[in-house]
Design a protein. Structure first.
Length: 290
């Protein structure tokens, strides 16, 4: 990501904090419906949006754990959801499967153009949580692996991941087309990391902000050819979300760093805290709510 965009985002926090204290107009009594994926990290982000808006006097209707994009994107388009935390690259690839943009700024620009009418990508956050291919440290050392390209010399590879990975552009077909890597696929879902550590799969698709990558010393293979698009956290808003409400959510995006997102996820995985508690503590730490 270009430093200019990150600098501008972070610098905007101080400006928008004043808005967080008191919106310039009276918030509508009609609730803002906020959705989330069925993924703890995404729900934490959605909860930060909800709490910063409630702190400013908005009414919020939480519709969390809605599932995958084929479920919630139509709901957003239909006006049933007003605000949703998304990821730039993955959403762009959902809307435009053959998208060729890979850098953070290019992906964000393409996404803004690709969104259905009535929806807006608010400010992109420095925080990222994108797909990545990981192997165990032992497997990496035995096969001298640092890059996805290094996998081309290996046979009998099994890729583990969520069921939908089988059809994703960066799944088995993308590995073969871009890197010449042949894999069989095993749908491991929520047990993906466990399956990798147990040796049931050779490699696994793990979100980059998953704290288990560091905790279990997994090796994230580099992606020199750009199989994965940059995926920064980005709020998607309907026309119902006012300018003042958007400013509040943009302040959250600007304040959230990649390290913050990993730390938030650690609190969920290790401390078993609710998304509500995790979001509240983080917002207070950033001065976004009292």
């Amino acid at each position: 990501m270009k430093l200019t965009r990150i600098t501008a985002l972070v610098a905007s926090v101080g400006l928008v904090l004043g808005v967080a204290g008191c919106a310039s107009t009276t918030p509508s009594s009609e609730p803002i419906v906020i959705g989330s994926q069925a993924y703890y990290s995404n729900e934490i982000i959605a909860e930060t949006y909800a709490q910063v808006l409630e702190n400013a006097g908005y009414t919020v209707d939480r519709q969390f754990s809605l599932g995958q994009r084929d479920v919630y994107v139509p709901a957003i388009e239909a006006g049933e959801i007003d605000l949703f935390p998304e990821y730039t690259g993955n959403l762009l690839q959902y809307l435009v499967p053959d998208a060729t943009q890979t850098t953070a700024d290019d992906v964000y620009s393409a996404l803004a153009t690709a969104l259905p009418a009535g929806l807006t990508a608010l400010d992109m956050s420095p925080a990222t949580d994108q797909d990545s291919y990981n192997v165990t440290q032992d497997f990496a050392q035995k096969n001298n692996l640092t890059s996805i390209a290094d996998l081309a010399k290996l046979k009998d590879l099994t890729l583990g991941g969520a069921p939908e990975l089988a059809e994703r552009p960066y799944g088995p077909k993308g590995l073969l087309d871009m890197y010449g890597v042949t894999v069989s696929f095993q749908a491991t879902g929520d047990t993906t990391v466990d399956a990798l550590v147990a040796g049931q799969v050779s490699m696994a698709n793990v979100y980059s902000a998953d704290p288990r990558i560091s905790q279990l010393k997994l090796v994230t293979l580099s992606d020199p050819l750009g199989l994965f698009l940059a995926s920064n956290v980005v709020p998607i808003a309907s026309e119902k979300v006012s300018a003042d409400a958007r400013a509040l959510v943009n302040a959250v995006s600007a304040a959230m760093t990649p390290e913050d997102l990993v730390a938030l996820n650690v609190r969920s995985v290790e401390e078993k805290l609710s998304a509500s508690v995790i979001a509240h503590d983080w917002l207070v730490s950033k001065g976004l709510i009292k």
